[in-house]
Write a protein that binds this ligand. Structure first.
Ligand SMILES: NC(=O)c1ccc[n+]([C@@H]2O[C@H](COP(=O)([O-])OP(=O)(O)OC[C@H]3O[C@@H](n4cnc5c(N)ncnc54)[C@H](OP(=O)(O)O)[C@@H]3O)[C@@H](O)[C@H]2O)c1
Length: 359
């Protein structure tokens, strides 16, 4: 099969480098264009990365010259798709210009997530919302597909199977890694030996994005699920992996073992379609009363290509009518680049990507 040429926008960032790793030697896609800011443009990717992880990349990718993030750079490379890991403020304009130029966008940035005609997708949870991309394609010639905030990416995976128990109000308290703020995020001085009990805008995103993903497709938009979600977000001195303490009301009483079995057995469209980056089991329930832990569990997921794509759930317990547990998500893989690549694989399978032979 001829591979689809793709661009990675913001390739030198923490999410961008995960995109490059996942798209290098991908069975459907081939990176033909890597972009960053003017600070980095002109360097070869391996040189800009300055990371031992780059050693496993193909020579074509590690030697690729980084361009500035413009529509022309993407178009000239022949890319049909762009994976975006740009700051939201920049993404707003550039992503819509790319769509106008006929280039499909899979974005991690927050700019378009809540636009009515843009799917906010987690393929195991709301694959049907991809229909919105088909509508965009008819109207604009191309589409923008987004994936949610890193906390939401993990949270909705666990909430979806819990809906069978009559899911009520959800309370979530997060312990988020420093990598969630990007390469130039929180300073070492502020976070070392400390916890920051506020992440600007994060709690609002968790509530509204969860509502959209669990909501119902109603023609040209999604009706929010109306689920009550009460988040409290904090930043902790962990490199990678957002841990969260979740507590959810259940209308139908159930034993802990029944809930654990439902979580562990959960599978969705990516597993049925055997998408390349889909983890065999999207929710892992590791043994042990002290799990999940970022150091031990963040790379959960198999096969090899799906490492970091499974979330881990542990410490399940009943608190009256509520089920309580800890949940861990790899913020730059399932919560960002991996989620976006999985979206693109689903879109390819559903015939949304011209030239992809996987429809
Ligand atoms: N980190 C996470 O866990 C996570 C999770 C979900 C979603 N996201 C979202 O994903 C996006 C990327 O996040 P990140 O953590 O990878 O950020 P990051 O590490 O700060 O990387 C940002 C990337 O954007 C480029 N960039 C910055 N300013 C630019 C400009 N003016 N023109 C062109 N390129 C520019 C940077 O290039 P230079 O290296 O040249 O500066 C870099 O490649 C953000 O929208 C973020 O909200 C992040």
């Amino acid at each position: 099969m001829k591979k689809i040429k793709v661009a990675v926008l913001g390739c030198s960032g923490l999410v961008g480098r995960q995109f490059v790793r996942l798209l290098d030697r991908h069975p459907y896609f081939e990176p033909s264009c890597l972009t960053a800011s003017s600070r980095t443009a002109g360097k070869r990717f391996a040189e800009a990365l300055n990371d031992p992880a780059g050693a496993s990349l193909s020579a074509a990718t590690s030697g690729r010259l980084i361009r500035e993030s413009t529509v022309d750079a993407v178009a000239q490379s022949g890319a049909a798709l762009a994976f975006s890991a740009l700051p939201a403020a920049l993404a707003a304009e550039l992503e819509s210009e790319l769509r106008r130029a006929g280039i499909g966008v899979f974005s991690n940035a927050g700019a378009w997530r809540m636009a009515p005609d843009v799917p906010l997708l987690v393929p195991e949870v709301n694959p049907g919302h991809l229909e919105l991309a088909r509508r965009q394609q008819r109207e604009h010639g191309a589409f923008i597909v987004t994936n949610p905030n890193c906390v939401v990416s993990g949270l909705v995976l666990a909430l979806k199977p819990l809906m069978a128990f009559g899911l009520g109000a959800v309370t979530v308290t997060t312990f988020q890694a420093v990598s969630g703020g990007g390469r130039r995020g929180v300073s070492a001085w502020d976070i070392g030996g400390n916890v920051l009990p506020h992440i600007s805008g994060e709690e609002e995103k968790v509530a509204r994005e969860t509502g959209k993903i669990l909501g119902r497709l109603a023609g040209d938009h999604v009706e929010s699920s109306g689920l009550e979600v009460y988040p409290s977000c904090s930043r902790v001195p962990v490199r990678v992996g957002h841990l969260m303490s979740v507590s959810a009301e259940m209308a139908r009483p159930a034993a802990v073992e029944e809930v654990a079995a439902a979580l562990a057995a959960f599978q969705g469209e990516p597993q049925r379609l055997r998408l390349p980056t889909a983890p065999r089991r999207p929710i892992l329930v590791p043994d042990g009363s002290d799990r999940p832990q970022p150091l031990l569990d963040v790379d959960g997921g198999d096969p090899e290509r799906a490492r970091g794509m499974a979330v881990s759930v542990g410490r399940l317990r009943l608190q009256g009518r509520r089920i309580a547990f800890f949940l861990l998500v790899h913020n730059t893989v399932r919560g960002a680049a991996g989620g976006s690549v999985l979206n693109a694989e689903l879109a390819a399978k559903k015939g949304l990507i011209p030239g992809a032979k996987h429809g």
